[in-house]
Design a protein around this ligand. Structure first.
Ligand code: NAD
Length: 421
């Protein structure tokens, strides 16, 4: 969450609080309720030793922060990153509260992680770090309390170790305490492509309302990873021409549309996006400035900022990453009539299928991929329509509307539960 979005008003959490304040003001929330919602509920900081393969050991720091649990158990990912801070965890936990509320899932928001570079650790070291971190935060975690999932630097294997550690403590398997697990231990069908699928569902709706037909429309995707690659494939399936994609080293462009199946084969063979030969090389900067109907920033935060917003020529921007468009850039884009489908709505598909995973684990009854995709689409359509309706009625952007929907739901739940004792 570093970068310009945060710089404009301070830390990442300060940015999140600012976005909340804007929605709270529009909703006319009372000051006492505002004070509750703009702060996190709980934060646990843990320091713990992990042994390396050579017998030495070092102290690591981890966090788990819960922002609000008025609407249900806390839900949010675990990030393993050298620059992770408790401030980031607070900001991302709050963000998860709003994301769950905007798609109307019965969850609150949480985030956690460990300050470490997972690429510098062996698999055995990563496993020991995960099991010790899981033990340290176990007092907060559980299917009815707080349910972690993967985020940057963590994956299905890390979730499997986490679930196994919690299960060893319990004395029986607790699959519903963790999502994003491998299918063999209670993971859900459809999880891997869920964020891309949800994103394409709302993007196609936004395009229609913006007077754009999918067939023949053009798209560029920054960040051809889990989100970006599924999104690109589904946009192409909908009849669009995906004219450019990129990874961290740069991108490739082809005006007639890229052959994504050939690109995937090239990546499976160890190639990079930027050395795919069936297209011309472009930089990430050039990709963002292409004259396309739809731009999907699906890599990192703060990619479209005050300095490049003027050059962005897309008609619709669908935020695959969290906060890829800074607030100041969004003001420029809005003035020029560019429609931004905001992150808390656009990339909520992964959270929705995490919710499905939790529901399936609790029931010990599993759905096929078709069922997962159908239910995901139905939630995304309903959520988009609700946000769109508020945006139209109140003459605000989709982001402002999404925040108003989300904050109103969490405020309502907090208010009706009352103040204990
Ligand atoms: P990923 O690691 O699978 O893919 C990220 C891609 O972005 C990679 O191709 C990487 O090379 C590329 N990239 C990194 N830095 C870049 C840069 N500066 N310029 C261009 N490309 C760059 O990650 P992912 O799971 O696809 O997540 C992508 C983004 O979406 C992240 O910001 C993540 O927080 C957000 N997100 C992911 C999910 C999910 O379900 N995976 C859900 C919500 C939000």
């Amino acid at each position: 969450m570093a970068g310009e979005a945060a710089d404009s008003v301070g830390s990442a959490f300060a940015t999140g609080q600012h976005q909340f304040d804007v929605a709270a003001e529009a909703l006319g929330l009372d000051d006492d309720l505002r004070a509750v919602l703009r702060e996190v509920k709980r934060e646990l900081v843990v320091h713990f030793p992990v042994a390396f393969d050579d017998g030495s050991f070092a102290l690591f720091t981890g966090f788990r922060v819960q922002h609000n649990i008025a609407r249900g158990p806390a839900k949010g990912g675990l990030r393993y990153h050298p620059a992770m801070t408790v401030d980031d965890a607070r900001a991302l936990a709050m963000f998860m509260t709003w994301k769950a509320a905007v798609v109307d899932l019965p969850f609150g928001g949480a985030k956690g992680g460990v300050v470490c570079d997972p690429h510098q650790l062996s698999q055995a070291e990563l496993e020991r770090l995960t099991r010790r971190y899981a033990t340290e935060i176990a007092l907060l975690i559980g299917a009815e309390k707080d349910i972690p999932a993967p985020d940057l630097g963590t994956n299905a294997q890390v979730m499997a170790w986490l679930m196994d550690t919690l299960s060893m403590h319990a004395g029986y398997s607790v699959p519903a305490a963790v999502t994003g697990k491998p299918i063999d231990i209670g993971g859900s069908e459809g999880r891997v492509g869920a964020t891309g699928r949800g994103l394409v569902t709302v993007t196609l709706m936004a395009m229609r309302e913006h007077g754009l037909q999918a067939r023949g429309a053009t798209a560029a995707v920054q960040g051809y990873g889990q989100v970006g690659s599924h999104c690109a494939a589904l946009l192409a399936e909908a009849g669009m021409r995906v004219v450019a994609v990129s990874d961290s080293r740069g991108g490739v462009r082809r005006g007639d549309g890229l052959d994504l199946a050939a690109l995937d084969a090239h990546l499976r063979d160890g190639g990079r996006v930027s050395d795919f030969e069936a297209g011309e090389r472009i930089s990430n900067r050039e990709l963002l400035e292409l004259d396309v109907d739809v731009l999907v920033p699906a890599a990192m935060e703060s990619q479209i900022h005050a300095r490049n917003a003027e050059q962005v020529r897309a008609r619709v921007i669908a935020e695959g990453a969290n906060a890829p468009v800074t607030p100041s850039a969004e003001d420029h884009l809005e003035e020029r009539g560019v429609l931004v489908v905001p992150d808390i709505l656009a990339n909520a598909g992964g959270l929705v299928v995490s919710y499905f995973e939790w529901v399936q684990d609790l029931q010990a009854f599993f759905w096929d991929a078709g069922e997962v995709d159908r239910r995901l689409e139905s939630i995304m359509v309903r959520s988009y329509q609700r946000v769109r309706q508020i945006a139209e009625q109140q003459h605000v952007s989709l982001r402002a509307a999404a925040y108003r929907v989300a904050v109103a739901k969490v405020a309502g739940a907090t208010r009706v539960r009352g103040i204990y004792p």
